[in-house]
Design a protein around this ligand. Structure first.
Ligand code: PMP
Length: 289
């Protein structure tokens, strides 16, 4: 079951105008909210990020927070999976073709869900492969825009090489990956690039930083040089669907040195466990707590 512009319906029945600016220009923003045991995770944070994306593209939020909460709840209830990804998309709506944003359009509001399958135990245990690519996307990667062509091209280049992610560098520094944020471990300290217009402010990125702080795990939020990425002891990618996933092969070479080379490292394993604990604790808490 999906939601489109005021109505719930099966996805096969949903149609939008060919003049929708989401289709013509990629003129829209979106969110992906994980739901575990039918409860949305960090819903408010996702809705705050949605508001920032809408503000950045001068699109009025079509719904107040309680209405979004209700819609997300109804989508979760109307779909068969206990764990779901809830997708929420807002485009500027349909209009005569013109690059400049027309005023007063009725936005297109779309919600759908898919089954949420976290990375397999195997992947978490052995880690995944990634490649490094130049970040050729635009300079407003902080907006969660539906214009994802750059990300799709980069992810496809990674998939061509049997890799789960493309880790991106711009002007000699790590930015993020095609659909996740990136953390590295260097001399035992976790490093994360600071939030800026060059990366999406990930909800999982925030959760991981909270976990590092709460557990006094050494970390620094600061620019990370490409050379540091390439010589890191550990690399993790984080996202709502990937959680905290170790990258153990980078550009065909094992990540890390010595005994742990090409295997998930101790810091990542600890953070992964703490992330699972945190998730379980949040999901057990009373609703609306
Ligand atoms: N960066 C990009 C480019 C992404 O697409 C995503 C996932 N949507 C992320 C980072 C991670 O964000 P989150 O933790 O909110 O899923």
């Amino acid at each position: 079951m999906i939601y489109l512009n005021g109505e719930f319906m099966p996805i096969e029945k949903a149609t939008i105008s060919v003049l929708d600016r989401g289709f013509i220009f990629g003129d829209g923003v979106y969110e992906v909210i994980p739901a575990y045991s039918r409860r949305p995770f960090r819903l408010e944070e996702h809705l705050v990020r949605l508001q920032s994306s809408l503000d950045a593209i001068r699109l009025a939020n079509p719904h107040p927070l309680p209405k979004w909460t209700e819609l997300v709840g109804r989508i979760i209830a109307g779909n068969p999976w206990e764990d779901q990804n809830v997708y929420l998309q807002v485009t500027r709506g349909a209009a005569k073709r013109d690059h400049a944003f027309p005023k007063g359009l009725k936005p297109t509001v779309f919600l759908m869900a898919s089954e949420l399958v976290p990375p397999s135990a195997e992947l978490v245990k052995y880690g995944a492969k990634a490649i490094v690519l130049p970040d050729f996307r635009w300079l407003r990667c902080d907006i969660k825009s539906t214009s994802l062509l750059g990300n799709c091209m980069l992810r496809t280049l990674a998939a061509d090489q049997d890799c789960v992610e493309a880790i991106l560098v711009r002007d000699g520094e790590l930015t993020e990956a095609s659909a996740s944020n990136v953390f590295i471990v260097k001399a035992g300290t976790v490093l994360a690039p600071p939030k800026s217009h060059l990366i999406l402010p990930g909800i999982t990125y925030d959760v991981v930083l909270e976990i590092l702080r709460a557990n006094a795990i050494a970390h620094e939020v600061r620019p990370v040089a490409e050379s540091e990425l390439r010589s890191a002891e550990e690399i993790w990618v984080t996202s709502s669907s990937r959680e905290v996933l170790p990258i153990t092969t980078l550009d065909g070479k094992p990540v890390g040195r010595g005994e742990k080379a090409g295997k998930p490292g101790p810091v990542g394993e600890r953070v992964y466990a703490l992330y699972q604990q945190y998730k379980a604790q949040v999901m057990r808490a009373p609703a609306h707590a």
